[in-house]
Ligand binder design. Structure first.
Ligand SMILES: Nc1ncnc2c1ncn2[C@@H]1O[C@H](COP(=O)(O)OP(=O)(O)OP(=O)(O)O)[C@@H](O)[C@H]1O
Ligand SMILES: [Mg+2]
Length: 366
């Protein structure tokens, strides 16, 4: 389970829009995702179509030390779609600032809650935390619970000014963590027609270097419309450029995620290469491999990612390409895309005809 805080004390830089749509696109790519709305404004909650009525059980009820009986998760966690859940919140969360003030280790309460969720056998691939626009107790909890933080930056002079502040906070949080937070920056609300957008891009790139996502989220009216309709962009406008931007972000994130999951420790890639070339199950999912010394890009698409191609990573001079995908399906079809050409897996003989008169590679795991 990877826990990602979307944080920046600067208001209106796209935290909530990113929390909603990045999560929805990860879910679109077959990941099991939980969004936790940590902002008492409840914008993620509303933007995902949940009405914040009075008496509704929320994150507050799971975290408040004044709660005599903590409600079961089933009464608080809302299922938005299969494998896409939300812990909603509303203005009641404001009270936590005061309630936590009297408690030891108040900054670790969200981390404890996430541990309890794991112990309850609720498995998520990714948990996304939508933080409020300040560096108060709730953001502090998020940064202590998270493995990584995405800092959305919209191109304005004030956002550069705010970056120094959040960078300083991250340094303080890291002092008390065993494993430092992985920090990524994301350019949002980008309008390429505005000249200084490019200047801001250069500044943010200079500051974050390869920790800046290559994907840029442009300004799209459809994102505002989707929020107003209480839907993610996956539901509201799956043909839009806004959907494409957030899908690119999800794919790029999983790609970076994959780099943490290389199976060297488990097997040693040379051994993997020699012993077994077709898809195989490992602890983090299914390892796909392809051999080509000449290809300049190898991608994979299949039932597990809605046939949206995801790149394999070239591993060595001998032309070994690899990717680990978390696949829950027992049977699936897939194909490699080598320098833009779709082809079946040459190391795996089982194939099935498809609806277009061609064949796909086909795998069945017991
Ligand atoms: N890429 C985008 N294109 C167009 N509008 C956007 C985009 N991203 C965000 N917005 C709009 O900008 C406004 C602020 O975005 P959002 O609520 O996501 O920011 P935030 O950082 O969560 O704000 P807050 O600090 O108040 O929590 C919203 O009206 C949202 O619909
Ligand atoms: Mg917000």
């Amino acid at each position: 389970m990877r826990i990602i805080a979307i944080a920046n004390q600067k208001g209106g830089c796209g935290k909530t829009t990113t929390s909603i749509n990045f999560s929805a696109c990860l879910n679109f790519l077959q990941k099991k995702v939980l969004v936790i709305d940590l902002d008492p404004q409840g914008h993620s909650t509303i933007g995902l179509g949940i009405k914040t009525q009075k008496g509704m059980l929320t994150l507050y009820d799971l975290l408040s030390p004044l709660q005599r009986i903590v409600p079961p998760f089933s009464q608080v966690i809302r299922s938005l779609k299969p494998d896409f859940d939300l812990i909603p919140c509303n203005a009641s969360l404001n009270a936590l600032e005061e309630e936590f003030g009297f408690m030891p280790n108040y900054h670790l309460k969200l981390r404890d809650l996430l541990n309890r969720i794991c112990e309850d056998q609720r498995h998520y691939d990714v948990v996304v935390l939508d933080c409020p626009p300040n560096l108060g107790i709730l953001t502090w909890n998020a940064l202590n619970a998270a493995d990584e933080v995405v800092v959305p930056v919209e191109p304005s002079f004030f956002s550069l000014h705010g970056l120094a502040k959040i960078s300083e906070t991250l340094q303080v949080v890291n002092r008390s963590r065993e494993v430092p937070l992985a920090v990524h920056a994301l350019l949002t609300l980008f309008n390429s027609e505005v000249n200084f957008s490019h200047e801001i891009y250069d500044e943010v790139k200079a500051h974050f270097q390869n920790r800046l996502f290559t994907t840029i989220i442009h300004e799209h009216v459809s994102l505002k419309e989707a929020a107003a309709a209480g839907q993610s962009i996956v539901q509201y406008a799956p043909q839009s450029l806004a959907f494409q931007d957030y899908l690119n972000l999800a794919v790029e994130y999983l790609e970076r995620d994959w780099n943490r999951k290389l199976p060297e420790k488990e097997l040693g890639w040379e051994q993997v290469f020699k012993n077994h070339f077709g898809p195989r199950q490992i602890s983090d999912g299914i390892l796909f491999q392809f051999s080509s010394k000449t290809a300049s890009s190898v991608e994979i698409a299949g039932d597990f990612n809605h046939w949206v191609p995801e790149p394999l990573v070239r591993r060595n001079q001998d032309g070994l390409w690899q990717k680990v995908i978390s696949v829950e399906l027992k049977t699936f079809r897939y194909k490699f895309i080598v320098d833009g050409e779709w082809q079946v897996d040459p190391s795996q003989p089982t194939q099935k005809e498809n609806a277009y008169g061609g064949v796909d590679s086909y795998m069945e795991f017991a």
